[in-house]
Design a protein around this ligand. Structure first.
Ligand SMILES: Cc1cc2nc3c(=O)[nH]c(=O)nc-3n(C[C@H](O)[C@H](O)[C@H](O)COP(=O)(O)OP(=O)(O)OC[C@H]3O[C@@H](n4cnc5c(N)ncnc54)[C@H](O)[C@@H]3O)c2cc1C
Length: 260
């Protein structure tokens, strides 16, 4: 092994190292991947935890990027990758006993890799909000009616999942900001999470529900997060754009890579 030579050496067999290495092998490079631990997968490794008889992992438990092109490029579903889509995406209970539930409103066609919105569930989510605040339900209904929320979400995902645009290129979010018909409010780029949700929604309940969703993405109330991060969490998640679980472990998209 000491005198082995490779075109590329990848240090670390975590989720990203495995993906990068597999793309390079696919493009004809010889790749040596070195992992210090006995188990591949890094933060997403499947281990026997928290007690014997169960499988868990050290870090990632929710697969937010389940529609990643990686799945299709390597046909990971044919190698055992399968997701569990919980019917409820998120919920919040308030001190007076009322609650908001955001039902999961998108599905995944694993053959095409496309995300498929479920209009009846979107409608159900708007009705949920209507119980709390008719005016916030109106905001949601308008966003859903002309498909803006999905257009924003798709642009956000393109920015978040791809390498940054080159200096002379306009990324999809910049294009939306420049388009007066996109419905994007330019001021939102400069707001903290709290200012953003207060600008979007009128009720404290929906604001709190939205802030909790941003919190689970690592964005705290005073943070001014990049617009793609805001848009991919709120209003996307209030509409039930889902985080999912990987069958057989908590998150293991990298598991099928082991045999490649
Ligand atoms: C607490 C926590 C919760 C998270 N929850 C989620 C979640 O719910 N959903 C989600 O999608 N993501 C989540 N993440 C993020 C996710 O775990 C990471 O994005 C992902 O693991 C990053 O993959 P990586 O390959 O870059 O690095 P890692 O997964 O950290 O892998 C790095 C690998 O490199 C190895 N290594 C390091 N140094 C060397 C060396 N010198 N020689 C050889 N090997 C080396 C390590 O042993 C490790 O296996 C969470 C992260 C944390 C910390």
């Amino acid at each position: 092994m000491a005198d082995a030579s490779f075109d590329v050496v990848v240090i670390g067999g975590g989720h990203q190292g495995l993906i990068a290495a597999n793309y390079m092998v696919r493009n004809g490079y010889t790749v040596g991947l070195f992992e210090q631990r006995r188990e591949l997968g890094g933060g997403g490794a499947t281990e026997s935890r928290p007690i014997s008889g169960f499988l868990g992992n050290p870090c990632a438990h929710v697969a937010g990027l389940w529609a990643s092109p990686v799945n299709q490029d390597f046909k990971l579903h044919e190698r055992g990758l399968n997701y569990i889509f919980p019917p409820v995406h998120a919920s919040m209970v308030f001190p007076d006993g009322r609650c908001i539930v955001s039902y999961r409103s998108i599905d995944w066609d694993k053959e095409t890799g496309m995300v498929v919105p479920q209009p009846d569930i979107i409608e159900k989510n708007i009705k949920e909000v209507e119980r709390i605040s008719p005016s916030d339900a109106d905001v949601m209904a308008k966003l859903a009616a002309d498909g803006k929320v999905w257009e924003w979400g798709f642009a956000a995902m393109q920015v978040l999942w791809n390498p940054p645009a080159l200096p002379d290129e306009i990324d999809p979010i910049e294009a939306l900001i420049a388009d007066p018909n996109s419905g994007i409010d330019r001021r939102h780029q400069f707001m903290s999470a709290t200012e953003y949700v207060c600008d979007l929604f009128e009720s404290d309940e929906l604001r709190a529900h939205s802030l909790r969703m941003l919190g689970s993405a690592g964005i705290y109330p005073d943070d001014a997060a990049p617009l793609p991060v805001m848009l991919s969490n709120v209003p996307q998640q209030v509409f039930g754009s889902a985080a999912v679980y990987t069958k057989g472990a908590l998150i293991m998209p990298s598991m099928p890579f082991r045999g490649l």
